[in-house]
Design a protein around this ligand. Structure first.
Ligand code: C2E
Ligand code: MG
Ligand code: MG
Ligand code: MG
Length: 287
């Protein structure tokens, strides 16, 4: 009986693997076509100053819905990275994001923060891609923040590494660098000492939830690290008024999350920004 059960398990497993591989192949082929047809949309999620409610930036988040069915970025971005497609896709996102933020930057001083893959940073053309996106949108470098995950930054943190040189050059143009998913990459903080970094995006794992003391201790430690290094921290995935209140208590300068706004298409966000005159107070505590 045990042998039969083992065999059944295998039999159930193999078709699933084959289906996954097939799905992967199908997605990569569709992605290639999507790049050619520019089938993507960028949504924007506000980043808010916790003290004033002012929207300081919007994060550009890529959306893809082949045949009307949305595929989450966590599914298609790794495939795009694997096939090098993230290079043209990422360049398109940069251009689109700079163009879309331009009126919000003019009216409210809002910046745009764009996710960048390690694969893009290794392209010799990356600096030129960034600077031409800015120039064509007539946007200053100070309006752009590049989000790079901690894992990518750590793996390139030797002092005169190409990435350090590249980021320093962009920084001279006013472009800022944010460490995305901070706290989940490596326990070593050494890279913060020599990499040109301006902002810590505190991973959702450290957004205070129940207000448990130990949990708050981690959040507090990260916020204090950021404040004492003169890095501006942004807490991610803030969903409730309680979470926003706890972050204010900890002196966390900025936050983003469903409590303030979901990622929205440019025209929808434009209405929200216009209605609030560039200020978002978040969803009030239910009575
Ligand atoms: P990320 O950069 O850490 O982006 C934050 C993710 O958290 C987004 O997921 C956002 O929709 C989600 N989020 C925001 N507020 C909340 C909240 O209150 N609660 C919860 N549960 N989630 C919240 P999304 O849009 O699915 O993107 C997932 C990841 O895909 C991003 O994580 C980023 O790593 C990657 N990604 C998205 N767009 C791009 C892009 O243009 N280029 C690259 N290289 N990566 C991208
Ligand atoms: Mg991000
Ligand atoms: Mg993040
Ligand atoms: Mg993330």
């Amino acid at each position: 009986a045990a042998k039969a059960a083992g065999k059944n398990r295998l039999a159930a497993f193999e078709p699933r693997l084959a289906t996954e591989r097939h799905e992967h192949m199908r997605l990569s082929a569709e992605l290639r076509r999507a790049v050619a047809d520019e089938e993507f949309v960028v949504n924007y999620q506000p980043v808010v100053d916790l003290a004033t409610g002012r929207v300081t930036a919007v994060e550009a988040l890529l959306r893809w819905s082949p045949g009307g069915r949305p595929v989450p970025p966590t599914e298609f971005i790794p495939i795009a990275e694997q096939y090098g497609l993230i290079v043209p896709i990422g360049a398109w996102v940069l251009r689109q994001a700079c163009r879309d933020v331009r009126p919000w930057h003019d009216r409210f001083g809002i910046c745009v923060t764009v996710n960048v893959s390690g694969r893009q940073l290794r392209e010799p053309d990356f600096t030129r891609t960034v600077l031409s996106a800015l120039r064509d949108a007539d946007l200053p470098g100070s309006a752009l923040i590049l989000e790079i995950t901690e894992t990518v930054l750590v793996s390139s943190s030797t002092e005169n590494d190409e990435v350090t040189v590249l980021l320093s050059a962009l920084r001279e143009e006013g472009v800022r660098v944010a460490v995305d998913d901070f706290g989940t990459g490596y326990s070593s903080l050494a890279y913060l000492r020599h990499l040109p970094v301006d902002i810590l995006k505190i991973d959702r794992a450290f957004t205070p939830d129940g207000g448990v003391a130990e949990e708050m201790a981690f959040t507090r430690a990260i916020v204090e690290l950021g404040n004492s290094l003169r890095l501006s921290s942004i807490a991610e995935a803030v969903e409730t008024p309680e979470q926003a209140a706890r972050l204010r208590e900890l002196d966390c300068p900025q936050a983003q999350g469903y409590h303030f706004s979901r990622p929205l298409p440019a025209d929808a966000l434009d209405e929200v920004l216009t209605a609030g005159n560039g200020i978002l107070h978040g969803v009030p505590t239910p009575a």
